[in-house]
Design a protein around this ligand. Structure first.
Ligand SMILES: O=P(O)(O)O[C@H]1O[C@H](CO)[C@@H](O)[C@H]1O
Ligand SMILES: O=c1cc[nH]c(=O)[nH]1
Length: 235
């Protein structure tokens, strides 16, 4: 049944869903990795695709940018389309010194400055964590394929252009690996809805160094990340 934001019919989505932020990355992932990909929704330009990978049905749909957008799409995928496992395949900026461009960060926790986290359980500072089985399968896949990766905490920010250098410094002091803008919301929704979630991010820039991929590279350099995410999703 279509929702306000997804026009697919019941059964159009697999229970296994990849979620990049960028709709064009969603399309490229479907065209690169799926056999017989079909477009199942494109409301507001947020594309959802379903196809098969090694005979298993898998879907990919963009989350858009930021936690309110991720929350809308992840909630509708779970409640109306039966999503059981969601793996975010995003881009992120490095914070910890050792993190290099092109490496993957597999997020075993997501700090956040989002006030959305304050509403989850009144009076509780909620811990945003992934499903262990997905995390473990992602690490196994990265190791087996020799894909450069790190496992650690990330920061899900409400702002891309932050004017709080002391916050970034504090995150670095607590050995946070990278910053992005959706994982904490996804982990919170997964906990609430009783599904499994994980975020795997490609490092595309570094907050303390003058290093950055182009917009084109951010859209197109996703293959190792998606291989790791599929290894987790289809474990
Ligand atoms: O490349 P995606 O997956 O959109 O992820 C990152 O890029 C966007 C900011 O440029 C935010 O959505 C952030 O989380
Ligand atoms: O949210 C993001 C994503 C990529 N790079 C950043 O610096 N921030």
């Amino acid at each position: 049944m279509p929702t306000p934001h997804i026009s697919a019919e019941t059964g159009d989505f697999s229970p296994l869903v990849l979620m990049p932020g960028d709709p064009r990355r969603a399309r490229r992932i479907a065209q690169t990795f799926f056999t017989d990909p079909r477009l199942v929704t494109e409301v507001r330009g947020i594309e959802g695709w379903t196809g098969t990978v090694n005979g298993t049905e898998v879907s990919v749909m963009a989350s858009g940018m930021g936690m309110p957008s991720m929350s809308i799409y992840a909630t509708e995928l779970v409640r109306f389309y039966g999503a059981q496992r969601i793996v975010r395949v995003g881009t992120a900026g490095g914070i910890a010194d050792e993190v290099q461009l092109g490496e993957l960060v597999i997020a075993n926790a997501a700090h956040t400055d989002s006030s959305m986290a304050d509403f989850r359980i009144p009076g509780v500072r909620f811990s945003h964590a992934p499903a262990y089985d997905l995390l473990s399968a992602a690490v196994d896949t990265a190791r087996a394929k020799g894909i450069s990766h790190r496992v650690g905490s990330i920061f899900s920010s409400d702002t891309f252009y932050s004017d709080r250098p002391e916050q970034t410094r504090g995150l670095a002091d607590h050995h946070t690996l990278a910053v992005e803008m959706e994982a904490a919301a996804l982990y919170g929704i997964a906990a609430r809805e009783g599904i499994e979630a994980l975020a795997v991010c490609n490092i595309t820039d570094h907050l303390f160094r003058e290093e950055s991929m182009t917009a084109q590279e951010r859209e197109t350099r996703f293959e190792p990340m998606v291989e790791v995410a599929l290894g987790a999703l289809m474990r």
